[in-house]
Structures are given as structure tokens and as C-alpha cells.
Design a protein around this ligand. Structure first.
Ligand SMILES: [Zn+2]
Length: 345
């Protein structure tokens, strides 16, 4: 028997304790805090943590990150435009150079994804692709990517067929090395409430000169979705099984297609929701509609934009609040990444 609270007058707690029908919180399972979520290990399959600060990587460790894949393929970190093959090679080597020190410092398992991103045109991509074979054989490389056809480039256009060929060549390498491919799927942008002042050039929150966007190379009704369809076509042509493709930046524009017409995994990027509009609610909706079997969550945290190393841990709590079962949360943030990328048990 619970004693009445010794408060001077009734408080919220008194009302919570006893309802009119005599039931109490907890009787129907409504208040049974999921304590296991406090210590549930999780895996971030898409970030650029090697570009973050030491303290940001420590935040991953503090909030329970067990493993991560650090992706070295972005043109954001090459100072020169257009980009040469060697510039991308430097990004791969930099990540290889630092990966083990990052594991020693922060204790989580840190693996690598290496790829050729087509967000900016790269001179001599064949030179890179030829070198990539040996990189794919490294133990620390657990995926190819991020890569994927992009409707419009930064600085200089890259023809759609040439892009698709570069994506397909990477998928052939992934097939040969039995590696998954991390796709960069283009997001549709959310409506801005207001335009920024002219002449700023750089997008606030994202260190990118928006004024250098080249004219699109895909211009249909839905270029972002068409880009994803071209990626899936490339996987099929490469003989890479669709279940070895993880489409990062899944969103409302590509979820139905990927779920209903392919066997790809979908990873929802929730580390920069302010930019792409995707958050834990989208993940919860997708789990409700399609089940947790092909769903993951990633942060895409990087030093070039406003991102949150705690985003995945926060999403774990938010998924529960949105009604997702603990077992389904565990599958999405831990088990699916392990199965696909081969992280440690
Ligand atoms: Zn990324």
C-alpha cells in the first residue's frame, strides 16, 4: 500500500498516482521506463568522425557508441576544384592513417568506408577506381562509399552516364570483395521559411559556397528519386545483390520506392535534421509501415556542417517515445548494422 504524499496540497504526483477508475500509472504498462535503453550499444554506419574534434568523438563514446563507419569520400575536404584523383586518395590515406589512434583514444570500433563521391567532378576517376581494389582488401575497410548519382554537382557538372558508370564500377569492386555499398541518396529540400540575405555565398550551417552549384544534369519531375533508381540499376548491372546496398539519407521521397521495389536497406540520417528535415519521427513511421528488418539510422556527423554527435542516442529515446518497441529499436541501431557491415559482436 502506498501512503498518501505528505505534500501540503495535492501535487501532479498525487493525481498521477490514482486515477478515477482506481488504476495507477504502470498498471497498464504505460509507465515502465525502458532502463535498458540507457545502456543500449549503438552503431553509426555513416559519419565523418575523423573530421570532427577529439571532444566530439568522445561524445560518441560517452553516449554508448559501440562501432562506427567513418566515411572518407567527400569532396568537401579537398581544397581544389575541380578535384583530381590524388586529392580523393589523400582523403582515404588520411583516414587510414588516423583510424587506429581514434580506436585507441575512444574505445569504440572504428571502421572505414572508402569511395568516390560524384558530388563534384573528379578528373581521372579510372585512376582512383584502379587503386581502390587494393584498398577494398584492407581489414579496416568494411564498405564502399559513400557514392551515388547526384542530380547536380558542386562547381562543375558531371554527365549523368559518366557518374553512373563510376558508381557501377565501385559496385563491381564491392561485389568482388563481398562488401556492402553505402549510397548517398539525394534529399529533397524542405521549404525555407525565408530566404537568406544575398551575397553571403556560404550556406549558414553548412560550409559550402552555395553560389558554386552547377546546373543540374538530371532535370525531370523528381531528379532526386531518379538518381536513386539509377543507383539501383547500377547495382543490378554490377551483379551486386540489393541487400548489399544501404541507401543513406532515406527520406519521404525515396522510402516507398526503396521498400517496395528493391531489397536495399534504408538508413535515415538524423544528425542534421535542420538541413534535410528527417528525424526520429520519420524512422518510427517507416518501422510502423515496413517493420524494422531493413532500417538503420545514421548521423552523417561532419565538421563542415552543424551536426550532433548525440543525435543517434537521442533518436533511441525518441523512437521509444514514438511508440517503437525496445526490440525493434535494438534491431535498427545495433543488429542490422552488425549484420550488413560485419561489426564485432
Ligand atoms: Zn556523409
Amino acid at each position: 500500500m502506498t501512503r498518501p504524499h505528505p505534500t501540503k496540497r495535492p501535487t501532479d504526483a498525487a493525481y498521477l498516482d490514482e486515477r478515477d477508475d482506481g488504476t495507477r500509472d504502470g498498471d497498464d504498462g504505460t509507465l515502465d521506463p525502458p532502463r535498458e535503453l540507457l545502456t543500449l550499444p549503438w552503431i553509426d554506419i555513416h559519419n565523418h568522425a575523423h573530421t570532427l574534434s577529439w571532444d566530439d568523438r568522445e561524445r560518441y563514446a560517452l553516449s554508448g557508441c559501440r562501432s562506427m563507419m567513418m566515411v572518407a569520400s567527400g569532396y568537401h575536404w579537398t581544397p581544389y576544384k575541380p578535384v583530381e584523383a590524388d586529392d580523393i586518395r589523400f582523403l582515404w590515406d588520411d583516414a587510414i592513417n588516423r583510424r587506429e589512434a581514434i580506436e585507441r583514444n575512444h574505445f569504440f570500433e572504428a571502421k572505414l568506408g572508402l569511395g568516390v563521391h560524384t558530388g563534384v567532378r573528379i578528373e581521372d576517376p579510372d585512376e582512383l577506381l584502379a587503386a581502390m581494389d587494393d584498398y577494398c582488401a584492407l581489414d579496416e575497410v568494411v564498405a564502399v562509399g559513400e557514392t551515388g548519382v547526384v542530380p547536380s554537382q558542386h562547381v562543375e557538372r558531371w554527365g549523368i552516364e559518366e557518374q553512373q558508370a563510376v558508381v557501377q564500377a565501385q559496385m563491381e569492386l564491392a561485389r568482388d570483395h563481398d562488401l556492402p555499398v553505402l549510397l548517398h541518396t539525394p534529399n529533397t529540400s524542405t521549404d525555407a521559411k525565408r530566404e537568406y540575405r544575398d551575397g553571403l555565398g556560404v550556406t549558414p550551417g553548412y560550409e559550402k559556397n552555395a553560389g558554386l552549384g552547377a546546373d543540374p544534369v538530371l532535370d525531370g519531375d523528381n531528379p532526386e528519386l531518379e538518381a536513386v533508381k539509377r543507383d539501383v540499376a547500377a547495382a543490378r548491372d554490377a551483379g551486386l545483390p540489393e541487400e548489399r546496398v544501404v541507401a543513406s539519407h532515406a527520406d519521404a521521397n525515396n522510402t516507398a520506392y526503396l521498400m517496395e521495389e528493391t531489397d536495399c536497406y534504408l538508413s535515415y540520417t538524423i544528425g542534421h535534421s535542420w538541413l534535410v528535415g528527417v528525424d526520429a519521427a520519420d524512422v518510427a513511421n517507416a518501422i510502423d509501415e515496413y517493420g524494422p528488418d531493413r532500417i538503420m539510422v545514421d548521423t552523417d556527423c561532419a565538421n563542415v556542417l552543424r551536426t550532433d554527435p548525440y543525435a543517434l542516442k537521442r533518436a533511441i529515446f525518441e523512437l521509444y517515445r514514438y511508440g517503437i518497441d525496445v526490440d525493434d529499436i535494438r534491431q535498427v541501431v545495433l543488429e542490422n548494422p552488425r549484420t550488413v557491415f560485419g561489426f564485432e559482436q
